[in-house]
Every structure is written in structure tokens, then in C-alpha cells.
Ligand binder design. Structure first.
Ligand SMILES: Nc1ncnc2c1ncn2[C@@H]1O[C@H](COP(=O)(O)OP(=O)(O)OP(=O)(O)O)[C@@H](O)[C@H]1O
Ligand SMILES: [Mg+2]
Length: 501
């Protein structure tokens, strides 16, 4: 038997605050395999991989790379041993060009390298993998899918033989996912080991050769990907079988809850982001907006919520024109907004109660406009209870909550004031299947109570699971709309690329 590329033995990690993230975990990945790493939010996947990447030290345990026992004092040690990691939040310098980023990173293994040498190396990897992108673009102007390619090529340029990808597909469109998978398979066939963290069970079954499952810091098992279905994996991850969410499609009500007329929004560079858009949302309806990220979805959501201003057009909530109102006034009138990023919606250094009040101030101000903290605690207590937020206390800072629990706080604080219309963007990005399932059933329940929901998502499975009607957004317009039955996956795929059928 050949020596595994990576062996981790008896890994334990206790964080300084006493959280035991990993407990006696063994992990093994072979040369030239794609290895899926699964587990619920907080299971310890990222911790295990950050240890392998030398970024944090294990409390106990050993790491063996190609048969040789090693200990890393930082990522540089790991990089020298041929390990590369691509995080969900990329480590590129956003204001530098792609070329500058590639050069900067290549210098770390070859300090004398010239710019052209660095770029030649990158070009070589690009042609081997088919992962292409422009060199002269400034990183922050590139879509996330391309930034990710830069990260992968960067790691491979530094001779990575083991490539760790932490939830790489959550930011990608279906077409980008297909291209990424093609590249990863090529790399595997060239003997590279790929460790792939995901919450999407279908993806791991499609791509992985073997799969390791963690649960609450312990290894549940490692299996060969043969005759495996999502149910088996879900059960290993959660420890019990999951029930399908019971969804009954109801007929959509006639009452128009939200009306958008000729909405036009420019960004700060004067580029048109929302282009003369008109649509309605009715009671008991989820309108799913599909599309490649960056086609105006965020600007649309922010403008309806009152965070950005349109240059033209009208927004009506019920019969009331809310176009010029500040966000707080809109919230008071029955609008809810769950933005796409927890980093925007939450203030991490504030407590659950304080975060719960960010959009609900009007509920806790007394007549003399003083904050009634006891009322605030009552409300946040309700949110925690209703949504099942796992936390030791209402005063816990949200930065200490897992992603799923943070998301629950964002959802809970919007639904607690029972808005008529809720705008929700990428509600389950990065969440495990039980947290995502919970959020989905909550949204369906709200729909069934007669609320109108604008769901913005780049996850097509989510769009199909929840939407009563689907609109595909492309360059600021709805380029196609229809029911989920009318808009098949193939049709949506084509529309997402901007081609009308
Ligand atoms: N820097 C840190 N300090 C303290 N505790 C941490 C730290 N990072 C992670 N933890 C805790 O360690 C546990 C494992 O977290 P980890 O991020 O490894 O999980 P994960 O499996 O990657 O989850 P997710 O799917 O949400 O990304 C969690 O309980 C988490 O709250
Ligand atoms: Mg993680």
C-alpha cells in the first residue's frame, strides 16, 4: 500500500476559551484523491484543516506528510511541505491587480523571482487546469468565482501537492461549479490530493473519492464514495435521520404586498445596477430571484430596504409609497430585510440582545425615546426561543455563535415584528443541512401565513425548493420569469448567462 499523502493522528484542539473543537481525530488523505470533509456547523472541519495548514497548533496529536512526521510553526512551514489552502474569505490583496497578487505570493517561495517569472508560472498552471482569469484586473473588481480561481492558481504556483478548499462552491454559480469540478478532477489525475469541505451532500457524492465525516469534534467515519446517498451522509453527520420538510404549495393570494415600479439604481461609479425594474409580490408568495451574483441583486435588496437610493422609480409597501423613507421607517411599516452577509447584518462585538434590536428599535423606545432594556431582553428571549438559537446567554457576543446560530438571530429579529414583506438574500449560505432546513421551513411557514417574500439566492436548489415564481436577474433586469415548472434548470442556466430563449 502506498503511503498516504496526509495522516493526522489523535488530533485534539482546545481553544483558549476552553471550547474543545476536536477530540482525538484521525484523518487520512491519499495521493491523487479528492477527499470530502463533512460535518454540521461547528463540527470542527475548518479547525482540522487550519491545523493541517499550520495556522493553528493542535493541543495534541501528530501530522505526517508523505510518511514524514512534521510540526508546523505557521502556514509557511505547511506551504513548504506542499500544502495549500483556499479559504472562503479569500486572502488576496483586494486593491492589487491579479498579477501583483500572484507575484507577491510567488515571492514567498522564490524571493528573487521577477514579475514575468511569476506570471509564467501562473500561466502554466492555468493551462494545465483550465482555470483562466485576466492578469490586469484589480482583484476587488473581479467576481468571486474568478477571485477563487486566482487563489487556487496561487496555491498551485507555490507547488502545492495537497490543496484544501473550505466550502469552495457556496459562492459559485452552477456553471462555475462545473468548471471548478473539471479542474479539480484534472488535478487529482495529476496526483494532487484535494480536501474539499462542503455542506452540499450532492456535490460531495458527485466529486469525492472518499469522505470523512466529523460530528461535534469527533470523527464518525471515513468511507469510500461508492453506493452512497445523501441520507446515509446526513445521518452520519447529525446522528439521526432527517425529515424532509413538509411543504404544501398553497395558492398565492391576490393582495399585492410589494410593488416595484421602474426602479433604477446606479452604483457609486455610475454603473447601472438595477435597470428600470418592475414587479409585484403578493400575499402568500415567494418570488425567487436567481442569477449570477453581481447582477444587481444586492442593489435591488438594499434599495427596497432603504439602504441605497434609486435614481428613478417607486417602491410601494401595501398602498404606501416608501421610496424616500429611511430603513427604520420601512421596518416600522412592515418590511423585513435579511441581508446576504452576516458580516453586514450583524455587529459581531455586540450581544444577541443588542443585535436583535438593531432593526427593532421602535419596539423598545418608550414615549420619552428611552431604550427599555427589559423589553429588549424579552424580545431577544423570544427570538432565541422561537428559532432555537444555541447560546449560553442572551448577553453572549454574536461572534461566538456558530454561523447557523448567527443566521437564526438575523432571521428571528426580522420575523419577531411580523412584517408583511421580507427580503431575504442567500439565507442559507454556509449553513449545514439541519440549519438550512430549519431556515427553509421557517420561510415556507411565513409564506403560508400570507407574507410576501423576495428570496434572492444563487443556489438553484434553494430557488426551486422555495419559490412560487422565479425571476432570473441579469444585468439589472429580470431577463425571464415563470413558475418553477416553466423555468427548468436548463432554461435558467441559459438565462443566467444573459441569453433569452
Ligand atoms: N478561534 C476560535 N476560538 C474559539 N472557538 C473557536 C474558534 N474557531 C472555532 N471555534 C469553535 O470550535 C468549534 C469548531 O469550529 P469550526 O469552525 O472548526 O467548525 P466547522 O465544522 O468548520 O463549522 P462550519 O461548517 O460552520 O464552518 C465550534 O464550536 C466553534 O465555535
Ligand atoms: Mg468551517
Amino acid at each position: 500500500m502506498t503511503t498516504p499523502a496526509i495522516q493526522m493522528r489523535g488530533i485534539e484542539k482546545v481553544y483558549p476559551d476552553g471550547v474543545k473543537a476536536l477530540d482525538n481525530v484521525d484523518f487520512e488523505a491519499l495521493k491523487g484523491e479528492i477527499h470530502g470533509l463533512l460535518g454540521e456547523n461547528g463540527a470542527g472541519k475548518t479547525t482540522l484543516m487550519r491545523i493541517l495548514y499550520g495556522e493553528i497548533k493542535p493541543t495534541r496529536g501528530e501530522i505526517i506528510v508523505s510518511g514524514e512526521k512534521t510540526s508546523f510553526h505557521g502556514p509557511w512551514d505547511a506551504i513548504r511541505k506542499g500544502i495549500g489552502m483556499v479559504y472562503q474569505r479569500f486572502a488576496l490583496v483586494p486593491t492589487f491587480t491579479v498579477a501583483e497578487n500572484l507575484h507577491l505570493s510567488y515571492l514567498s517561495i522564490k524571493p528573487q523571482a521577477s514579475m514575468s517569472e511569476s506570471l509564467d508560472r501562473a500561466k502554466q498552471i492555468m493551462s494545465e487546469t483550465g482555470l483562466n482569469f485576466p492578469f490586469d484586473a484589480v482583484v476587488e473588481d473581479l467576481p468571486v468565482g474568478l477571485q477563487q480561481r486566482v487563489e487556487i492558481v496561487k496555491a498551485l504556483s507555490r507547488n502545492a501537492r495537497i490543496l484544501i478548499l473550505d466550502e469552495p462552491t457556496s459562492v459559485l454559480t452552477p456553471i462555475e461549479v462545473r468548471e471548478l469540478f473539471k479542474a479539480l478532477r484534472k488535478l487529482r489525475d495529476n496526483g494532487i490530493t484535494i480536501i474539499f469541505i462542503t455542506h452540499k451532500l450532492k456535490e460531495v457524492i458527485e466529486l469525492a473519492d472518499r469522505i470523512t465525516v466529523l460530528r461535534k469534534g469527533k470523527k464518525v467515519g471515513a468511507l469510500v464514495n461508492d453506493n452512497i446517498n445523501p441520507g446515509i451522509l446526513a445521518e452520519m453527520m447529525i446522528g439521526k435521520s432527517i425529515k424532509e420538510i413538509g411543504e404544501k404549495r398553497r395558492s398565492i393570494g391576490r393582495k399585492t404586498l410589494l410593488k416595484v415600479e421602474g426602479l433604477t439604481v446606479y452604483d457609486e461609479h455610475g454603473i447601472i445596477k438595477v435597470d428600470n425594474l418592475s414587479f409585484e409580490i403578493h400575499s402568500g408568495e415567494i418570488l425567487g430571484v436567481a442569477g449570477v451574483q453581481g447582477n444587481g441583486q444586492r442593489e435591488l435588496a438594499d434599495t427596497i430596504a432603504g439602504i441605497s437610493n434609486p435614481s428613478k422609480g417607486k417602491i410601494l409597501l401595501g398602498n404606501k409609497d416608501i421610496t424616500g423613507l429611511p430603513p427604520g421607517e420601512r421596518y416600522k411599516l412592515g418590511l423585513g430585510y435579511i441581508p446576504e452577509s452576516r458580516g453586514i447584518g450583524l455587529i459581531f462585538d455586540m450581544s444577541i440582545t443588542e443585535n436583535s434590536m438593531l432593526t427593532n428599535l421602535h419596539l423598545i423606545l418608550s414615549k420619552g425615546r428611552r431604550i427599555q432594556w427589559s423589553r429588549a431582553r424579552e424580545i431577544s428571549g423570544e427570538i432565541v426561543e422561537e428559532l432555537g438559537v444555541k447560546t449560553p446567554s442572551l448577553d453572549a457576543l454574536v461572534k461566538y455563535l456558530s454561523g447557523g446560530n448567527q443566521q437564526k438571530v438575523m432571521v428571528g429579529r426580522e420575523i419577531v415584528r411580523e412584517p408583511d414583506v421580507i427580503i431575504v438574500a442567500e439565507p442559507t449560505q454556509g449553513l449545514d443541512i439541519s440549519a438550512a432546513g430549519f431556515i427553509h421551513s421557517t420561510l415556507l411557514e411565513l409564506r403560508n401565513q400570507g407574507k410576501g417574500i423576495l428570496l434572492i439566492s444563487s443556489d438553484l436548489d434553494e430557488i426551486y425548493e422555495l419559490s412560487d415564481r422565479i425571476a432570473v436577474m441579469y444585468e439589472g433586469k429580470f431577463i425571464g420569469t415563470g413558475t418553477p415548472e416553466e423555468l427548468t434548470r436548463d432554461k435558467i442556466g441559459v438565462l443566467m448567462g444573459g441569453v433569452r430563449t
